[in-house]
Design a protein around this ligand. Structure first.
Ligand SMILES: Cc1ncc(COP(=O)(O)O)c(C=O)c1O
Length: 395
């Protein structure tokens, strides 16, 4: 039996549209898109087509999309527009590609102000207003749209409007939101980071979308590709996959993720009956469950679930494999909770049987560990059905 994959915030499998587009491009789009001859022009067509789809998803014009190697590079590009005389306002909740860029900017002389992190992980616009009012100009506010671990949805539109009002620029890390939530939420931001592999495109590609006057400063030196903002030959085959995935996301992506909410809720109801608690009650994306299970360190639980054939995670994928608890969850609720936090993220390919297998595996693991002294798990009529909550757990 193949493993159950409930770690779609780490990465998503290639969708059929992307893999078909990449197969086509592998046939006739393998040239260098900068070459002027026919083979180069064929590759360029794939690139242009992909750029148009990504621009539409991001809400900017084609000209204002810089293709990057992924979300990390897009965040770096977005933040490093700042000069050493500027101020950056951001939070410890951000992905390391933002927090580490902030620390690098700070070492370079920029003023960095850290927004307080509330226990529920949702930024407070009144507090952000206060911080923005106190820092020098020019100033950049760098925030995420959807949290990579908790799935909490930030009040992005409100924060973008606030920054506008106070004369600050805004960078939105939309890596976990693009293709999953309504893109209207980050409209008006100066720069937006996207990653192809989170929306069922290939890895190794992302984008920084920007307003016409807010182009980034290149991090690399080299050729004129990407208008000189990101030199280096672009992989037109991967771009074809990114473009196809972006188009698919544009046609009903958010609705497909919203439809996962009942299954996520069922999974959560069962986990809570087994002793877990929801780490935060803030508004969150419909495919993510972030659970704290006090009775077992999350790293142990993840390994035990893996042995049961269930793939979930105890933090962001880039932190997985390290012994360090998540800085974001630590900022929210301290190191103990961070060491007990489990992220379960559903995706488009998730089926009800995956939820059943997760619950059954979690039950077995907790039972074996003695965390549930006596448990009776009743699956209504042999299947979980669609009733809420479908599991009855008696302890
Ligand atoms: C919110 C967020 N930003 C940025 C990134 C980095 O993206 P990439 O892995 O494509 O570099 C991730 C990856 O998990 C993420 O979740």
């Amino acid at each position: 039996m193949s493993p159950v994959y409930l770690d779609h915030n780490a990465t998503t499998p290639l969708c059929d549209d992307a893999s078909a587009a990449m197969s086509r491009a592998a046939e006739d789009g393998w040239g260098n898109p900068s070459s002027v001859h026919a083979i180069g022009r064929a590759a360029r067509r794939y690139l242009d087509d992909a750029r148009a789809a990504v621009a539409e998803l991001a809400g900017v014009s084609d000209r204002d999309v810089v293709l990057t190697s992924g979300g990390t590079e897009a965040n770096n590009l977005g933040l490093r527009r700042l000069s050493s005389q500027a101020a950056l306002v951001t939070s410890a909740l951000e992905h390391p590609s933002v927090t580490e860029s902030a620390r690098a900017l700070e070492r370079g002389g920029a003023v960095v102000a850290w927004i307080d992190v509330p226990p529920d992980g949702r930024l407070d616009p009144a507090h952000v207003r206060d911080v923005l009012s106190r820092v020098p100009r020019p100033c950049l506010l760098a925030i995420h749209a959807v949290h990579h671990e908790t799935g909490v949805v930030q009040p992005v539109a409100e924060l973008v409007a606030l920054a506008r009002e106070l004369g600050a620029d805004v960078h939105v890390d939309a890596v976990q939101a693009a293709g999953r939530l309504d893109p209207a939420m980050w409209r008006g931001a100066d720069t937006v980071a996207l990653a192809s592999h989170k929306l069922r495109g290939p890895k190794g590609l992302g984008a920084l979308a920007h307003l016409p006057t807010k182009g980034p400063r290149p991090l690399l030196t080299g050729g004129p590709q990407e208008r000189g903002l990101r030199p280096g030959t672009v992989d037109a085959i991967a771009a074809a996959g990114f473009g196809a995935a972006a188009r698919r996301a544009l046609s009903g992506g958010p609705a497909r993720y919203t439809a996962l909410a009942p299954w996520r809720d069922q999974l959560e109801a069962a986990a809570v009956a087994l002793g877990a608690r929801r780490t935060t009650l803030a508004p969150r994306a419909s495919h993510v469950s972030h659970l704290t299970i006090d009775s077992m360190p999350a790293a142990t639980l993840v390994a035990a679930l893996d042995l049961e054939g269930v793939c979930v995670s105890s933090g962001s994928a880039c932190a997985a494999g390290t012994a360090e608890p998540s800085p974001a969850i630590t900022a929210m609720q301290g190191a103990h909770v961070a060491s007990r936090a489990l992220r379960v993220s559903l995706g488009e390919p998730t089926v009800l049987a995956d939820i059943e297998r997760f619950v059954a595996a979690l039950t077995r693991v907790l039972q074996r560990a003695g965390s549930i002294p006596r448990v009776l798990l009743e699956l209504s009529g042999g299947s979980l059905g669609r009733r809420l909550p479908p599991w009855r757990v008696t302890i």
